[in-house]
Design a protein around this ligand. Structure first.
Ligand SMILES: Nc1ncnc2c1ncn2[C@@H]1O[C@H](COP(=O)(O)OP(=O)(O)OP(=O)(O)O)[C@@H](O)[C@H]1O
Ligand SMILES: [Mg+2]
Length: 481
């Protein structure tokens, strides 16, 4: 069977460009991975260490292509501790990058009667006393003769004057709710008769044109769509707001919108959120469930004693594919609603730990060796005989770990380690190829500590005993021996 390989060394083996094509022996998982990427489903992978679970997660992220949306935060002049959120598409981001300085200040020109009355009052068009309209340049209302606004005067003026209680303002900031989102609107006096209204889009364009854009991109377009959140803390998973000792003071503090940090759930927007050992998230599983259900999750300071706790951004998008990997024994520790959420909109899959010893599968081990050599980049390719040696080791391992006689092990991380160590020996020797002797040496070196001990001492138990005996103090009284 061994001389069936039709190559001299692994440099002649073609490797699929796509990562999913490089996953070996997991045909069912690979097919489901394609569906998961296309239909945006979740996936729970169950199986032995080093069999390709993380690799499948990466392959799914690769199939998703590039992100489409950038998420950024902007200063909110009316409520700095509630930064304004903007999600922009690729075209929008690119367009802004191409022509940053040509945007003009436009907005809409309105009559004073068409804006909210507090706006026309504060801009000086409307009299608070009799509600009639007049030019903002006349400080006395032509109809009722009342002072329209407080004149800049002595400190007690406002206590004495009962009428004009506010100064004339040039700009009024306010917010409105558009499509369920709070949005900034700015009104300013345009001329004696009209008011200009600038909505958030106008303001963004204007700021960008002036080069004063105050934007904090928290989830950039060029991000990786594979986000790993294994062992993540609450802040890593859900985001946070940094502390500012000056409490975001407008002159000496750090503005709130620049202190907001996204969580892994946000960074994985439009991509894959990969979590190994999902049960280790403990109570965070509940938040993860909420994020998955709502596809958005607020970012707020998570330390109650930090000034960050006063800052909050609602509805930050987090539409991700959840891929989690777990040991078979831990299945029952996943929060049941979370597990049913994954299964209800996705797949649960047990990955293989071995494959049958067939001609096709033996060829796959050759592909695997070629892949490992290319990925490593620092070791020479393997000769046909060296591949045969790796294959023999894979068969031996299927026998030991899975008690399978006619099978090839898919615990490939361990085999990958052997290929790399063999490669190191080969290049140390100046050999142009990895040869069987290098593989043999690597297998010997790569043996787990238990295996080495049992070879040395006969069994792990004996080794442990001799270790224990050597740590025992010699009894002082020979009668005690
Ligand atoms: N099915 C496979 N096909 C090809 N290479 C594999 C496969 N499984 C593992 N490998 C090799 O082993 C390495 C480690 O695999 P991976 O990290 O995907 O394993 P895992 O199942 O996630 O392990 P763990 O349970 O320890 O997280 C991969 O980078 C790859 O080099
Ligand atoms: Mg893994």
């Amino acid at each position: 069977m061994a001389n069936e390989f039709n190559f001299d060394d692994t440099s002649q083996i073609q490797i699929p460009l796509q990562l999913i094509g490089q996953v070996i022996g997991q045909e069912e998982a690979s097919n489901i991975a394609k569906i998961v990427a296309k239909q945006k489903r979740n996936l729970l992978l169950v199986g032995a260490p080093g069999t390709g679970k993380s690799m499948i997660g990466r392959a799914i992220a690769q199939m998703l292509g590039n992100a489409h949306t950038e998420i950024s935060l902007m200063h909110n002049p009316t409520k700095p501790e509630r930064p304004l959120l903007e999600a922009r598409g690729r075209a929008q981001v690119m367009q802004k990058e191409k022509s940053p300085s040509k945007q003009k200040k436009e907005g809409s020109i309105l009559r004073p009667t068409d804006v909210p009355s507090f706006v026309s009052e504060r801009l000086g068009f409307k009299c608070k006393n009799c509600s009639s309209y007049s030019s903002p340049n006349t400080s006395k209302c032509p109809s009722c003769k009342a002072e329209k606004y407080r004149q800049a005067a002595g400190p007690f003026e406002d206590l004495l004057s009962g009428m004009g209680d506010s100064e004339r303002e040039d700009v009024v900031h306010t917010t409105r709710v558009m499509n369920g989102k709070e949005e900034l609107v700015l009104f300013e006096r345009f001329d004696d008769f009209t008011i200009r209204a600038l909505d958030q889009k106008d303001l963004t364009q204007m700021n960008e044109a002036q080069g004063t854009m105050t934007r904090n991109v928290i989830v950039p377009l060029g991000r990786s769509l594979f986000v790993q959140a294994t062992g993540a803390s609450e802040t890593e998973l859900l985001g946070d707001v940094r502390h500012d000792p000056y409490g975001g003071h407008h002159q000496i503090g750090t503005p709130a919108y620049t202190r907001v940090i996204p969580g892994a759930v946000h960074e994985a927007h439009e991509g894959v959120l990969f979590i190994d050992e999902i049960v280790s998230l403990g109570s965070l599983q509940r938040h993860l469930l909420t994020a998955m259900q709502d596809k958005k999750f607020p970012i707020t300071g998570r330390n109650a004693s930090s000034t960050g706790a006063a800052v909050r951004v609602d509805d930050v998008p987090c539409d991700f594919i959840l891929i989690s990997a777990i040991n078979l024994g831990d299945l029952d520790k996943i929060l049941p609603p979370l597990r049913s959420r994954i299964a209800g909109n996705g797949y649960e899959l047990v990955v293989n730990s071995y494959m049958d010893d067939t001609a096709e599968n033996r060829q796959k081990i050759a592909q695997f060796v070629a892949q490992e050599v290319r990925r490593d980049g620092k070791i020479p390719h393997a000769s046909k005989k060296a591949v045969e040696a790796v294959l023999a080791e894979a068969k031996r391992r299927a026998k030991i770990a899975d008690r399978q006689n006619n099978a090839i092990s898919l615990r490939l991380r361990a085999l990958s380690g052997i290929v790399k160590t063999a490669g190191d020996w080969a290049s140390q020797e100046g050999s142009l190829l990895i040869e069987p002797k290098h593989v043999a040496l690597a297998i010997k070196k790569g043996k787990a500590a238990e295996e080495q001990m049992s070879e040395k001492y006969g069994s792990v138990f004996n080794a442990a005993m001799s270790d224990w005996a050597s740590t025992m103090p010699a009894p002082a009284d020979k009668n005690l021996r």
